[in-house]
Each structure stands twice: as structure tokens, then as C-alpha cells.
Design a protein around this ligand. Structure first.
Ligand SMILES: [Cu+2]
Length: 225
């Protein structure tokens, strides 16, 4: 082997792994579900449908008991595992505030099937697992990428509407709170007062992020005690 070929082999032995690492990182950031592209957020308390499934089944997703114990998370998992893994990705862009024009009745919990096919199972009518709440609720949104918030709008489903038997439409919601702006941070909390409700309700949160016209529309199932 010539000295020239030898030094070329040596160079590739050093540069090869570096090149592979760089290519790997590039692929990671270009892939829509990885890297910075997946840095989003959701309501973690009271947990959104997909976050709640991920919290309770994310590390136990092969447990056959999920089908009986939690049929709503089970059907979501069956439809598309990404619904749980991407609990932070339920957003749409460029709606300019016209949410009702873009999100038809019956598809509110999937953000009008945002991310095409990711999450239509979140609209399934049935016995979603609920978080127990009182009329004073601290809402907590976790924002992986510190997008900030122009505002949050929070609705509660009307007394008499049954999320276990009826699809959710805009007409089923009472507007409870519209907040002001929040500076970019990883966690935002604010209180809402929702009195006069009993039993299973959906809290519907609209998070208007500040970095882009990017809107997250999020269903959390609660049980008012
Ligand atoms: Cu984001």
C-alpha cells in the first residue's frame, strides 16, 4: 500500500464517524417529528386527552389491559401510536383567529384532524379518563419551545352535554376565560373559575402561540366533584 493510500485510509477513519454524526443530526432536524420541529406543548394539568394517555400508558403501551381499562386511549393507540407520542403536536397554523371556520363540529379535540391523520381518534365519543377538579382550576400548559402566548381562551362544555355520548361542537361550549399575553417560558399557569358544573365535562383550551400564527386546540376531560 502506498503511503498516500495509507494516509487516506487514516483520514477516513477519523472523518468517517464525524461525517456520520453530522449526517445523522441533519436527518434528525429535517424529520418532521424530531429535533426542534417537535418542540411544542399542551395542557398537562388537567391533562389533555393525548397527554393523559401518554402519561398513563406511554411506558406500558403493550399491556393488553389497556383495551378494557382505558378503551379510549386504546382506540387512539390502535389508530395511530403517534397520537400519544406526539401529545405536544396538536396545532394548526394561519387560521388568523377564525377557528370555527377551520375546525368543524365533531373534530374539535383533534384540532380538525391537525397533522393529517395524527389524531382523529381524539374525537371519538366515549368514556375518556377524567381528572377530578373543583370549580377553581389551575390550568398548566407546558411549552417545550417557549413560544409564549398571545392569549389562552378556555371553554367548558355546557351542563347537560354528555361527552360520553355526543360529539363535541362549538355550540356545546361556554367561554369561561380569555387571558392576556404570556412572555415565553416553559410553563404557564393561570386560574379559571368554572362554577355550576357537575360530572364529566370537556375543558377546551385554545393556546395562541406568539412566535407564529400557530394555534393549539386542546381537550381535557375533567370530572367536577
Ligand atoms: Cu412548537
Amino acid at each position: 500500500m502506498s503511503p498516500h493510500a495509507l494516509s487516506r485510509r487514516w483520514t477516513m477513519r477519523v472523518i468517517g464517524p464525524v461525517l456520520a454524526a453530522v449526517l445523522g443530526l441533519t436527518a434528525l432536524f429535517l424529520s418532521p417529528w424530531n429535533g426542534s420541529a417537535s418542540a411544542h406543548g399542551t395542557i398537562v394539568e388537567p391533562a389533555s386527552r393525548s397527554y393523559d394517555c401518554w402519561q398513563r400508558w406511554g411506558s406500558d403501551f403493550q399491556n393488553p389491559a389497556m383495551e378494557q381499562e382505558d378503551p379510549m386511549c386504546w382506540q387512539a393507540w390502535q389508530a395511530n401510536p403517534n397520537t400519544m407520542w406526539n401529545w405536544m403536536s396538536l396545532f394548526r397554523e394561519n387560521m388568523a383567529g377564525n377557528f370555527q371556520a377551520y375546525i368543524p363540529d365533531g373534530s374539535l379535540c383533534s384540532d380538525g384532524d391537525a397533522q393529517s391523520g395524527l389524531a382523529s381518534s381524539l374525537d371519538t365519543v366515549g368514556k375518556w379518563h377524567t381528572t377530578n377538579v373543583s370549580s377553581n382550576i389551575t390550568m398548566h400548559l407546558h411549552d417545550q419551545a417557549s413560544h409564549g402566548a398571545d392569549y389562552f381562551k378556555v371553554y367548558v362544555s355546557k351542563q347537560g352535554y354528555n361527552p360520553e355520548t355526543q360529539p363535541l361542537g362549538w355550540g356545546n361550549l361556554d367561554l369561561i376565560t380569555t387571558t392576556g399575553k404570556f412572555a415565553p417560558a416553559t410553563d404557564y399557569t393561570f386560574n379559571i373559575n368554572a362554577s355550576g358544573y357537575t360530572g364529566h365535562h370537556v375543558i377546551y383550551t385554545i393556546w395562541q402561540a406568539s412566535h407564529l400564527d400557530q394555534t393549539y386546540l386542546i381537550c381535557s376531560d375533567v370530572n367536577f366533584g
